[in-house]
Ligand binder design. Structure first.
Ligand SMILES: [Mg+2]
Length: 93
């Protein structure tokens, strides 16, 4: 970790909360979350390409997209954990 890490993680948390406020609590399959994550990674790639090609001067859009990627990754991890816990419960029944 660096001195910047807590601030970045706080941004990811705020983005995670913003997404949930916008879309509600979503109980998607972990594989679907990976598709959503892939879409967000694509947007981050596009922002980086636009910067690289000179059609977007600043990096703030790339940064914002990366925060969205991280927030969606958190949701995917949470979905995976729920699925795993459900499998454990079913195995115990
Ligand atoms: Mg995005």
């Amino acid at each position: 970790m660096t001195a910047a890490t807590p601030g970045v993680l706080a941004e990811v948390r705020r983005e995670r909360e913003r997404q949930e406020a916008r879309w509600g609590e979503q109980t998607l399959d972990p594989a679907v979350w990976l598709m959503v994550l892939g879409e967000e990674v694509g947007e981050a790639n596009r922002a980086a390409l636009e910067h690289r090609m000179g059609t977007r001067a600043d990096l703030s859009h790339s940064r914002a997209e990366l925060v969205q990627v991280a927030a969606v990754a958190v949701r995917a991890i949470e979905a995976l954990d729920r699925q795993q816990a459900s499998q454990v419960r079913r195995a115990q029944d």
